[in-house]
Design a protein around this ligand. Structure first.
Ligand SMILES: Cc1cc2nc3c(=O)[nH]c(=O)nc-3n(C[C@H](O)[C@H](O)[C@H](O)COP(=O)(O)O)c2cc1C
Length: 185
């Protein structure tokens, strides 16, 4: 069974990641979810726990009951690692080599294909630092997905909306089923 790690960071689009996890699980993948502290303000870990059938990893310093919930093992055993939604913050942290929570630490360990699905306010998305960070990730082998244009939750209109969850799910499956193997940071 292929292992998919889904990292969820703290944006309003967190609820859409629930559908992705649900679909991947139904399609026969083993899905482990890691949530940032901010993500837990939007959706409860319990929702992802039920949808994935696995315990959700939320804290790096929780006592470890299972060999496969440490940041090293989750990262090492992943066949694909997707961050959805990816906040400006997590994008900046990864691009800068910062590992100060479970998600940023685990993604640093992973050598499998990594997918970043950004979602944020248009001005944040167009911010030159955010764009430079996305470019840096792409140059280092990350799959950086586009965003959709439209009406955002904050009322602004423009780029920054998360791609439809079905599109992201298919993208992940295409990568993992192709058994793409290459090393990046
Ligand atoms: C209501 C609300 C919605 C937010 N939506 C987003 C978002 O869509 N994208 C984003 O990058 N940040 C968003 N933020 C800000 C992040 O939650 C904040 O930058 C946080 O530090 C991200 O932490 P994390 O990357 O560790 O999850 C939002 C904040 C609030 C209060």
């Amino acid at each position: 069974m292929k292992n998919i790690v889904v990292g969820v960071s703290g944006g309003i689009a967190c609820y859409k990641a629930v559908e992705i996890v649900n679909q991947l699980k139904k399609d026969g993948y083993n899905v482990n979810v890691i949530m940032t502290k901010s993500a837990q303000e939007f959706v409860k870990p319990l929702t992802f726990q039920v949808m994935s059938g696995n315990l959700v990893v939320t804290d790096m310093y929780d006592p470890v009951d299972h060999w496969d919930t440490t940041h090293i093992d989750l990262g090492k055993n992943a066949d694909v690692f997707v961050i959805v939604p990816a906040t400006a913050n997590i994008i900046g942290k990864i691009a800068s080599g910062i590992a100060d929570d479970m998600l940023s630490t685990t993604v640093m360990v992973a050598t499998c294909p990594k997918v970043i699905a950004p979602a944020m306010n248009t001005a944040m998305y167009e911010n030159p630092f955010v764009q430079a960070n996305l470019k840096k990730l792409e140059e280092n082998g990350y799959h950086v997905l586009e965003t959709k244009e439209g009406l955002l939750a904050c009322g602004d209109e423009g780029k920054g909306k998360l791609l439809p969850w079905e599109v992201i799910t298919q993208y992940i499956k295409d990568i993992v089923d192709k058994d793409e193997k290459y090393l990046n940071i």
